[in-house]
Design a protein around this ligand. Structure first.
Ligand code: ZN
Length: 305
């Protein structure tokens, strides 16, 4: 009898330990919204899924909208099962019901990633623009909010009239950290070189930046603004945790996709994603993070072994 009891107890203990291990490794349920974009979404959404899932931390489902101009009324999304929503969409309006559910998801504390041209979407949707913090194109102007940039050691707003959203020619540029204590940036170098990419400038919006993580200097020589532009930041909106990255203009194929193949883009995205979903970043600093003197690639969207 004593033997049976001990065996049973050991079995229960083993089951409990297994359950703990499984739950610790349970990937973060992520919904990636795409299907329309003035960018190469058929490549970018697969690449984003690859980056996230190759880390072992996330499992990504897709919500792919109908094509531009098609009936959107059936595009009703359920955000409840998800800890993280990745926005890779710039196109026709979603149904009101989806808009309402998305705003509720954000207000209740959902995790959100605003990726590159997602901040071009929905110029007339007030809450969406507050979720992005800053946006560009789509007729945005002084009515959308101020220009926001970094000057004299602080976030600065310029309310002068003019269109919102621009970029010069693509080039490599330095990323400059402005919040080194934030979980996403803690332990990363203060400046690092980003692979050739667009550098969004003159963005406008409510400007409700919570923590400005990285800026880059938009040189007039490359067609830029002459300002230090906010490129990666978190957004203050309800209880949401929102990570906005303007990096990562998608190339023609997954193999020829330099801005997204930048290890700095991928690692900041992964850290931003974990923070948005959980409020913490447990990932270690990888050895292949770029520095101020060299760029680094993850051509296959994986951490090297
Ligand atoms: Zn782009």
């Amino acid at each position: 009898m004593k033997y049976v009891f001990t065996k049973k107890w050991l079995f229960l203990l083993a089951a409990l330990m297994l359950a703990c291990t499984v739950s610790a490794r349970k990937p973060i349920k992520t919904l990636l919204i795409t299907g329309q974009n003035n960018h190469n979404w058929p490549v970018s959404h697969l690449v984003l899924k690859g980056i996230l899932e190759n880390s072992g931390l996330f499992s990504v489902d897709f919500a792919i909208s109908p094509k531009e101009g098609e009936d959107m009324s059936g595009f009703i999304l359920d955000f409840d099962p998800y800890q993280l929503v990745v926005l890779d969409y710039n196109g026709d309006a979603w149904p009101d019901e989806t808009n309402k559910r998305f705003v509720k998801y954000a207000e209740k504390g959902g995790g959100i990633i605003v990726y590159h041209a997602a901040d071009n979407a929905f110029p007339g949707w007030r809450d969406y623009n507050r979720i992005c913090g800053l946006g560009g194109w789509g007729g945005r102007d002084e009515n959308s909010g101020p220009y926001v940039y970094w000057a004299n050691g602080e976030v600065t707003k310029d309310f002068s009239p003019g269109s919102g959203g621009s970029h010069g020619r693509q080039h490599e540029y330095m990323m400059n950290c402005r919040s080194s204590e934030h979980p996403v940036t803690a332990g990363l170098p203060n400046t690092w070189a980003h692979v050739q990419d667009e550098l969004y400038d003159r963005m406008r919006g409510p400007g409700n930046i919570a923590d400005l993580l990285y800026t880059a200097y938009s040189d007039k020589e490359t067609g830029g603004s002459g300002r230090e532009e906010p490129l990666i930041f978190t957004v203050d909106y309800g209880k949401a945790r929102i990570f906005h990255t303007m990096l990562g203009h998608c190339g023609p194929t997954a193999e020829n996709n330099p801005a997204m193949q930048c290890a700095g883009f991928q690692i900041t995205l992964l850290r931003g994603a974990e923070w948005a979903a959980t409020g913490k970043v447990k990932q270690k600093i990888p050895k292949d993070f770029p520095s101020s003197s060299f760029i680094t690639y993850r051509y296959d969207y994986k951490e090297p072994k």
